[in-house]
Design a protein around this ligand. Structure first.
Ligand code: OFO
Length: 170
């Protein structure tokens, strides 16, 4: 059985993952409004991934007989200064989420909750990928600089990203 503090913290992280989905959907809308449909596609896929992150927490709570509590999701920003500023935000956001996951692991260890620690290791690995992929795009945006053709080539590349649904969120 999960301890109360763990249930509360897992629900909080589920909300944070839903916020991440919200944030990336807002970035998608920003790119669509600026005629960069490839960048928008990258954000759509990112938002879909965040939903699976949230659902993994949801399913784990249910599996452990704990209550899922859905709470208000705060509004994300709607405007950014440039694609570069947008991806700087994505990279910063993912580093912040890595910190949240690390704190959850610390909590699981302090409660001797080995099952939850084991469950959270999937997120520890996932955050390495999240930081790598967002900083990778950020570097390319920086390389494109003020070049419209560079940005359009990158837009075409980002249009290729495809969401692969996980076989299970459990
Ligand atoms: Fe859920 O990893 Fe991004 O935020």
């Amino acid at each position: 059985m999960l301890k109360e503090k763990m249930v509360e913290s897992l629900n909080t992280q589920m909300n944070a993952e839903l916020y991440s989905a919200y944030l990336y959907l807002s970035m998608e809308a920003y790119f669509e409004a600026n005629d960069l449909s490839g960048f928008a596609n990258w954000m759509r896929v990112q938002a879909q991934e965040e939903m699976t992150h949230a659902m993994k927490f949801y399913d784990y709570l249910v599996q452990r007989g704990a209550r899922v509590i859905l709470t208000e999701i705060k509004s994300p920003p709607t405007e950014w200064d440039s694609p570069k500023a947008t991806f700087e935000h994505v990279y910063e956001h993912e580093q912040m989420v890595t910190g949240l996951i690390d704190k959850l692991v610390d909590l699981a260890i302090s409660l001797s909750d080995h099952a939850t620690n084991n469950f959270l290791q999937w997120y520890v690995a996932e955050q390495v990928e999240e930081e790598e992929s967002s900083s990778g795009v950020l570097q390319k945006v920086k390389l494109a600089g003020d070049s419209t053709s560079g940005l359009l080539m990158l837009d075409q590349e980002l249009a290729q990203r495809v969401f692969t649904p996980p076989l299970t969120t459990k």
